[in-house]
Design a protein around this ligand. Structure first.
Ligand SMILES: Nc1ncnc2c1ncn2[C@@H]1O[C@H](COP(=O)(O)OS(=O)(=O)O)[C@@H](OP(=O)(O)O)[C@H]1O
Ligand SMILES: [Mg+2]
Ligand SMILES: [Mg+2]
Ligand SMILES: [Mg+2]
Length: 357
């Protein structure tokens, strides 16, 4: 590992790998009562909480000055002791483990020791930073696509470093994504790392000394070859509008639906010839969260693609924990991105959605 942000890369990769190890183990043993429904009706599991505890503990010890914007907080754990005890046990199983070769000064990262419940709950709550336009900050989604995780589908452990509201580093672990898109039924578990100006690379997920990372480069597809990458949850995707946009563009292929920021990774890699990540506002006042897009957007940009909202404007990561007014997210290869935006605008006008797209 060399170049700028070499230490940040090493720590972020080690943290995401350990969190993936934890989520994979939890999936195989998840029992009833280990999943809660949050205020916004979305699920959260012991795996989300303990993965955030692990990553925040490592980040806090490696970079004590850096604030963290994390999706979860520990309030539910303070009032539910059995859930809290399980989270503490799971986080410690990973944090206590014998250091692997990927870790340089493990003691400095909070590894190789046992943490108390109070310390781990405080680590989870360290993710309460409000964000903003200046300085360094990490954005963490300990499990993105929790519904995908629960159904044994795609999910991703997602971490980004932002500096002055610009994403500089993105690390995404996808335990259920095939390593080789040409062998969809083959071995699973891929890690993606993007550093601004240094490209996007794929590594194997297990925490071991790695073979050489593979650099990803998006293929430039013609419109007729395109395929949309969309959310699985209907509540997250304006599916009727997406269909009209496909018709307007002349995209004939059935969309590929996938949970989580694994979509961005699949797009950067060219899986299934998916050529456009399409996420339009569903019109229910939902604001996109920065941890749902920060690392994924850099994966696509550093593989040669473009990421904007549905008006063609850059995403603004400097507004706080959300991206503000929701104009959706569109990611595509440079050659087709503008045509997709034009088609969205045309469909928006024809559907009387002026101002919403
Ligand atoms: N209403 C609405 N509209 C848009 N997005 C929403 C909405 N509600 C939730 N979320 C966020 O969606 C995250 C998962 O996005 P996905 O694209 O993976 O969705 S899906 O699982 O394919 O349906 C999911 O991330 P996780 O909570 O980390 O799983 C949520 O942050
Ligand atoms: Mg969630
Ligand atoms: Mg998410
Ligand atoms: Mg999440």
């Amino acid at each position: 590992m060399s170049g700028t942000l070499a230490a940040e890369q090493q720590v972020a990769i080690a943290a995401v790998r350990r969190a993936c190890q934890l989520t994979t183990a939890v999936f195989n043993n998840l029992v009833k009562g280990e999943t809660l429904v949050k205020g916004d009706k979305s699920p959260v599991t012991v795996a989300d909480f303990s993965a955030q505890a692990v990553i925040n503990t490592i980040l806090t010890h490696a970079f004590p000055e850096d604030p963290i914007i994390g999706e979860e907080d520990a309030a539910d754990l303070r009032s539910n002791t059995s859930l809290r005890d399980r989270v503490v046990q799971l986080a410690n199983e990973v944090l206590e483990a014998e250091p692997q070769a990927d870790v340089g000064e493990q003691a400095a990262w909070g590894l190789g020791r046992t943490w108390s419940a109070d310390e781990l709950l405080a680590a989870i709550d360290k993710g309460n930073y409000e964000g903003g336009r200046s300085g360094r900050m990490w954005a963490l989604d300990p499990i993105d696509g929790t519904k995908g995780f629960l159904r044994g589908g795609q999910y991703a452990v997602c971490l980004a470093l932002l500096v002055n509201a610009r994403v500089e580093l993105g690390v995404i672990g996808c335990p259920n994504l095939p390593i080789d898109p040409a062998s969809p039924d083959g071995a699973r578990g891929a890690l993606f790392v993007a550093v601004r100006g240094q490209g996007t690379h794929q590594l194997p997920l297990p925490p071991a000394p790695s073979p050489a990372p593979v650099r990803l480069q998006m293929r430039e597809l013609r419109i007729a070859q395109l395929r949309f990458l969309e959310s699985v949850e209907k509540a997250h995707a304006a599916l009727d509008t997406n269909t009209r946009i496909a018709q307007t563009l002349g995209v004939g292929r059935y969309p590929m639906r996938m949970d989580s920021q694994a979509k961005y990774a699949a797009l950067a890699r060219g899986d299934g010839d998916g050529g456009v990540y399409l996420r339009l506002p569903t019109g229910v006042g939902y604001r996109e969260k920065i941890w749902d897009h920060a690392p994924g957007s850099l994966l696509v940009e550093e593989a040669g693609g473009l990421v904007t909202d549905s008006r063609g404007q850059p995403l603004d990561f400097g507004l706080g924990r959300t991206l503000g007014e929701n104009y959706g997210v569109i990611a595509a290869g440079k050659g087709v991105h503008r045509k997709v935006i034009e088609a969205i605008q045309q469909v928006g006008r024809s559907m009387g959605m002026t101002g919403r797209l």
